[in-house]
Each structure stands twice: as structure tokens, then as C-alpha cells.
Design a protein around this ligand. Structure first.
Ligand code: FPP
Length: 254
């Protein structure tokens, strides 16, 4: 990071009233409201997804600017297959097209792509594109962008249990740390902040294990309207929370 970049970062953080020492390392987002955004404009739902890509760009840019190290986006859940097949295939095409367009730019900016979820059910061209983008690794990683694709937490946990059984582990060999190595997120820190857009207050089968102690930020903003300023506002909200991890407030500790 150049000196100018550092100056820009501290100017941005101070204008947003953020404490640079308490930027969440890992933020997870449930991007919701694309369909409603489009329908509000008398357009097809797919139009909402198309515009949602701009919000993905804005959030990746903001994460890079302020130094968030891991960003997980819930792009397609195992339940999303139940949508009309035209919408599912438009979403897959959009993913391929966007990754294809952005691969070089992501690499240049120090963004490394990783996925969580069962990719084997995705169309072949989608799997191929994901491999290509993942392979095009950057030397100095600034941000790990994790796309949750054909992902659900219940699926992930079930697969982890199967992995433990497959490896024939004894009961006394399985503890929290060991179990986590069987999750899709192996090696990643847990998100400290989870953002959900569009006014829905649900977790929708997303990172049930990893969000155990996360702070939740719900905003009525529909995903295609979500921009850097909303992302910073969510972090501001996070910084005003008191995180106790099951303990007691700091001032009551004697
Ligand atoms: C939820 O809105 C959104 C999705 C299921 C898809 C998210 C996909 C994108 C933002 C575009 C592609 C992503 C990448 C990473 C390139 P919804 O359709 O459930 O909205 P609704 O609740 O208003 O119907």
C-alpha cells in the first residue's frame, strides 16, 4: 500500500467516524432485495441482479479502501434452485460474465477469489470460470473475496460431519477446532459482522456456525442501491456495539 493510499484510507475512515483499529477483519453479506428493486421499477427480476453487480463492485472497492481483509457474499443458496429456471440460468450467466470481465482487475487490486458451497451442481462453464479466476492469483493479497455459491450452512455442517466419520476420528479427537477444519471456511476467521439488506431479519441458512458471535446489521436498503456509504454505516453501527462473547460488560468487571 502506497503512502497516498494510506492517507486516503485514514481520510475516509475519519470522515466516516470510524476507528481504524476496530475495522472488522471479516464481513459477511446476505445480498437481498434484487427482485423487489426490479419489480418496483416495473422490470424483470433479472434486471435487479444485473444492477446488483454494481453494488458488489462498490462493496469490494470500499472493503479494499478501508482494509477489510475477508469479505463473504451470499450469491446463491441451495434453496435458490427453486426459482424459475430462466432466473437461475440468468444468475449463472451473470456470474460467469462478471468474473470473466473482472478477473484481471481483481488480480491487479490484490483480490483473491475463494468459494464456499457445492460447486459440482453449477453449470460447467460456471465451474470453469471459477477455476480460471481462482487460479489467476495475485502476489500481494489485500482482500479475500469469498463467494457462497450453492451454499447452505446445514449442508456445510452435514458435509463436515460426514468428513469426520470418513476419516474415522475418535470421539476424543473431535473438538471445536478440529471440527472447523472440516467446514468450507477452513482457515478463515469467523465474520465479526453480518449485513443483510432489504429489511429482512433472517439468517436464511447462512454461516450458522461461523456467525455464532457476529454482530448483525440489518438495513432496509435493497441490494442494488447498496453502496460504499451503506457499508461504512454498517461498520459504524458495529463499532458502537459492545461485544461481550457471553461475558459481562467491561465496567462491571471488578
Ligand atoms: C437476492 O435478491 C439476491 C440473489 C439471490 C442473488 C445475488 C446475486 C447478485 C448480486 C449478482 C451476481 C453476484 C456476483 C458475485 C457477481 P432476491 O432476488 O432474493 O430479491 P427479492 O428478495 O427482492 O426477491
Amino acid at each position: 500500500m502506497t503512502e497516498t493510499d494510506m492517507e486516503k484510507r485514514s481520510a475516509l475512515l475519519s470522515s466516516a467516524g470510524l476507528d481504524p483499529s476496530r475495522i472488522p477483519k471479516h464481513i459477511a453479506i446476505i445480498m437481498d432485495g434484487n427482485g423487489r428493486w426490479a419489480q418496483n421499477r416495473g422490470e424483470d427480476r433479472v434486471f435487479g441482479h444485473l444492477n446488483g453487480v454494481e453494488s458488489v463492485r462498490a462493496v469490494v472497492e470500499a472493503a479494499l479502501q478501508i482494509g477489510v481483509r475477508y469479505l463473504t457474499l451470499y450469491a446463491f443458496s441451495t434453496e435458490n434452485w427453486s426459482r424459475p429456471k430462466e432466473e437461475v440460468s440468468a444468475l449463472m450467466d451473470l456470474l460467469v460474465k462478471t468474473l470473466n470481465q473482472e478477473t484481471d482487475d481483481l488480480k491487479g487490486k490484490g483480490v483473491r477469489l475463494r468459494t464456499i458451497g457445492d460447486l459440482s451442481a453449477l453449470p460447467d462453464n460456471c465451474q470453469q470460470q471459477l477455476k480460471t479466476t481462482e487460479k489467476s492469483k495475485t502476489e500481494n493479497v489485500s482482500l479475500d473475496l469469498i463467494l457462497a455459491l450453492n451454499y447452505s450452512a446445514k449442508w456445510e455442517i452435514t458435509e463436515a460431519v460426514k468428513g469426520v466419520l470418513r476419516d474415522g476420528l475418535d470421539e476424543d479427537e473431535v473438538d471445536i477446532e478440529k471440527f472447523e477444519t472440516y467446514l468450507q471456511t477452513n482457515g478463515l476467521p469467523d465474520p465479526e459482522l453480518m449485513i443483510r439488506t432489504s429489511g429482512e431479519h433472517r439468517i436464511s441458512n447462512f454461516m450458522l456456525w461461523q456467525l455464532a458471535y457476529a454482530e448483525f446489521h440489518f438495513t432496509p436498503v435493497l441490494w442494488p442501491d447498496f453502496r460504499g456509504e451503506h457499508f461504512l454505516a454498517a461498520i459504524h453501527d458495529f463499532q458502537n456495539r459492545e461485544r461481550r462473547f457471553g461475558g459481562v460488560p467491561q465496567q462491571t468487571v471488578k
